[in-house]
Write a protein that binds this ligand. Structure first.
Ligand code: G4P
Length: 553
């Protein structure tokens, strides 16, 4: 094997690219922060915070980021742990929940599903989970906030199967919760991690796991009794732990790497991100189990990440990242080969050659030129000429395209009214570009051409974002009029009659940008009724994939 091939193989092997999926408030920011502290900055955990609080400067933080090789961008956090290069993709999840969040998942090789132990599976988690499921990527579960009163762990595990339909394999098991939280039992290493608050853990450095000889080991009992030495309580907790673990052993699924990698079995961990408890153990196991970049499908068949020629695809476009310069950045996930600055690559959709002279990484507000990058890494490309679209493939050698990034079914719909009809052209341009970025989706009313489109959005606030950006970037004022639909489905199959859906009071049939019929529904009931009464048709939650070069424009 040539030296280059060997280096490529090594770099691929040491990469893990993943995203955290969760419902707001489950603790994603907290967990991310703690994971970053392990990126070489663990000893600074307290110091970083203290500094930031005292002086409130961002430059110190950025300096630390730089020294530690942690890069903070709005799209990806990169850090190294134990020789492994980790790319943690940011999935906007709060008010800015949008199609972007879904699309980012197409760039990930694994997902960490973060669940609040008091709340269980929540709606946003479910939606994001479905996208991961569709891609068949491995899904790890971290059940958080055990330091607070929590639901029974068996109930939480059961919910994963009931609500999400995924089998799970607890890697650890909690001992009590809330005030009675004593720690977790690591089923793999047969060890106990005794719960400490972050303060204690920081003083002691790494949490020491205590190996026990079995569930009847007196050492385990001592650990559960803890400093309070409440023996009655310890007895109860011990008995519960034993009973629950017995059930898990009997009725649970054994760990099976192959099933984990296919996304059929989720390894589950318990902890408390705020207290930095269970996070390091989780990170270590995650690195061991999660896959490095794997082959991806293209129009020329699957491409291995170790394929010598560089290739990648654009999964996200962000405009105005720097308000000083009105710019657009296309985020590219590298899928194969080595990427070097100034390399000439082909843009598959445009069949055009590009020289990528300014590939970027983002350190806080600052941009840093990337000289080289490897499969699994994310690189920002300044798109001054508007050549990039979501789903575009860039590659060396013979042209091919990665399977497109799907469009996901929106749940909010609206009509749009222009206040100054002289600005129709700007409105069209604005809508075209902003829908390219995934701010909203545009549907045509049948027979109306481009006139009076209907807008769809995945997140409720996207219409406000659209209105604001149309005004700020395209000087067009619009009024948005919400429509009472809550589901959209791409409908395909023999005998599809769009008029059938137009005739019904609670549905409408529109066309997406590629001319595919999309039916809107006002209620869950209406959707179910349509599915049950039109068995020959398929009602899809994502748009049929069209490779970009074949897209009708
Ligand atoms: P998000 O990004 O998923 O929305 O969640 P975020 O990390 O902001 O956490 C939401 C709240 O939950 C925060 O509290 C955070 O401190 C808390 N939290 C996160 N992990 C844990 C945990 O393991 N245990 C407990 N008890 N709380 C946790 P907040 O009051 O909203 O903010 P803050 O004032 O604490 O920053």
């Amino acid at each position: 094997m040539s030296q280059q091939a060997q280096q490529l193989q090594e770099e691929v092997q040491r990469r893990r690219t993943f995203a955290i999926i969760s419902h707001p408030d489950a603790g994603k920011t907290t967990l991310t922060e703690k994971l970053l502290l392990y990126g070489g900055a663990i000893h600074l955990a307290g110091a970083v915070k203290a500094k930031a609080n005292q002086r409130n400067t961002t430059s110190d933080w950025m300096e630390i980021e730089r020294q530690r090789g942690i890069s903070i961008s709005s799209s990806v956090l990169q850090f190294e742990y134990g020789g492994v290069q980790i790319n943690l993709l940011d999935t906007p999840g709060h008010k800015d929940f949008s199609e972007d969040t879904y699309r980012t998942l197409t760039a990930a090789d694994a997902a960490v599903m973060l669940i609040d132990a008091a709340k269980g599976v929540e709606p946003q988690t479910r939606k994001l989970f479905e996208v991961c499921r569709m891609r068949g990527i491995p899904i790890f579960t971290f059940i958080n906030k055990l330091d607070r009163p929590s639901r029974e762990p068996l109930d939480l595990i059961d919910e994963l199967e009931r609500v999400l339909g995924i089998r799970s394999c607890p890697m650890s098991w909690p001992i009590g919760s809330g005030d009675r939280f004593r720690g977790v039992y690591d089923r793999i290493g047969q060890e106990v991690l005794a719960f400490q608050t972050e303060g204690e853990a920081n003083v002691k450095g790494r949490l020491e796991a205590i190996r026990i000889a079995g569930l009847d080991d007196p050492e385990l009992f001592k650990l559960i009794a803890g400093p309070r030495k409440d023996l009655d309580e310890a007895q109860e907790l011990h008995a519960t732990l034993k009973a629950e673990l017995e059930l898990v052993e009997m009725a649970g699924d054994p760990f099976d790497l192959e099933r984990v990698l296919k996304g059929q079995l989720s390894p589950v961990f318990f902890g408390s991100a705020m207290n930095n408890f269970g996070v390091q153990r989780f990170l270590e196991r995650f690195i061991e189990i999660a896959p490095p970049p794997t082959p991806r499908n293209t129009t020329s068949g699957p491409i291995e990440p170790t394929h010598q020629k560089f290739s990648g695809f654009v999964f996200k476009i962000q405009a105005n990242m720097d308000p000083q310069h009105r710019d657009r950045v296309a985020f590219m996930r590298i899928c194969s080969g080595k990427f070097v600055r100034n390399m000439a690559v082909k843009h598959a959709r445009l069949s055009k050659e590009f020289k990528l002279s300014k590939p970027l990484n983002f350190f806080g507000q600052e941009r840093v030129i990337v000289d080289e990058a490897w499969p699994g890494d994310i690189v920002g490309l300044l798109d001054t000429t508007g050549d990039f679209r979501i789903g575009d493939t860039l590659c060396e050698g013979p042209l091919f395209e990665y399977e497109g990034v799907p469009r996901f079914s929106p749940e909010h719909f609206a009509g749009i009214l222009i206040l100054d009809p002289m600005k129709r052209k700007q409105l069209k341009k604005g809508l075209d570009q902003l829908s390219e970025e995934g701010v909203v989706q545009i549907y045509k009313q049948r027979g109306f051409g481009d006139k009076d489109p209907i807008l769809g959005a995945v997140g409720a606030l996207q219409f406000e974002v659209l209105q604001h950006r149309l005004r700020a970037e395209y000087t067009v004022d619009v009024r948005i009029e919400k429509l009472p639909y809550i589901h959209a489905r791409w409908v395909t199959g023999p005998g599809l009659d769009p008029d059938y859906f137009e005739r019904r009071e609670d549905t409408r049939c529109l066309e997406d940008r590629d001319g595919f019929p999309v039916v809107l529904f006002k209620s869950d009931w209406g959707l179910r009724y349509a599915e049950e009464n039109n068995k020959a048709l398929s009602f899809l939650k994502t748009a049929p994939i069209v490779t970009t070069s074949k897209q009708r424009r």
